[in-house]
Design a protein around this ligand. Structure first.
Ligand code: TYD
Length: 213
């Protein structure tokens, strides 16, 4: 059985983590047993350590290129230690964020260029691409308002960025949707969680029918 990598993307506050948990519940039992949930930045010990450095609100002096390289570095470790072995073992890997976050946040949000950021990531991951990417589509202002409500005063370094940055990131995601229409599929994240999850499962069934066999 071959493995599959399905990634979840979207602006901050789109509810990816909650949606992924709900998706799992809606999958057939046999598939649940074959599924591995992971996240970025993080997913392994070293990558979680890098996550702490990247997201620490104290690290205000972090250079944009350093930030892009740290995201690529945590991904490289995550892929070699967790994702590739799982794919080899035939698992279905659901990752809360992956390369498209770097292309949108660092490539477009930080103006480093989608191509440039893709290159350092391909070096890190050996060019691993998701089989399918679900983009949880939400107005970034709505996402930030959700975060503000849930954890005001505890926002991480990226969440503390102004709305202009988050709007740029969103524009970056729209560019990626145009660039990879076969791989990235959009789901309306304004709907209740159960519906967002059900719509995501529908897309997975349509795009990757083999994993349900
Ligand atoms: P995430 O863990 O999804 O945030 P939370 O769990 O708090 O909702 O991601 C943390 C932040 O890192 C988020 O603002 C998006 C950002 N990010 C990038 O800028 N580039 C990347 O490559 C990744 C994976 C995340």
């Amino acid at each position: 059985m071959r493995g599959y990598l399905i990634t979840f993307e979207g602006p901050d506050g789109a509810g990816k983590t909650t949606v992924i948990n709900e998706i799992i519940k809606q999958l057939p039992q046999s598939l649940q047993e074959r599924t591995l949930v992971t996240r970025e930045p993080g997913g392994s010990k070293i990558s979680e350590n890098i996550r702490t450095i990247i997201l620490d609100p104290e690290n205000k002096e972090m250079d944009d290129r350093t930030e892009a390289l740290l995201y690529a570095a945590q991904r490289s470790q995550h892929v070699s230690e967790v994702i590739r072995p799982a794919l080899v073992a035939g698992k279905v890997v659901l990752s809360d964020r992956f390369i498209d976050s770097s292309l949108a946040y660092q490539g477009v949000g930080r103006n480093l260029g989608i191509e440039e950021v893709k290159q350092i990531n391909d070096f890190g991951t050996g060019g691993l691409e998701p089989d399918l990417t679900i983009f949880l589509d939400l107005d970034p202002a709505v996402g930030l308002a959700r975060i503000e409500k849930e954890r005001a005063g505890q926002e991480d370094r990226l969440e503390q960025e102004k709305i202009d940055f988050h709007n740029k990131v969103y524009a970056g995601y729209r560019e990626l949707l145009e660039r990879y229409p076969d791989r990235i599929k959009k789901v309306d994240a304004n709907l209740p969680i159960k519906d967002v999850a059900a719509n995501s499962v529908k897309i997975i069934r349509k795009q990757l029918p083999d994993i349900f066999m």
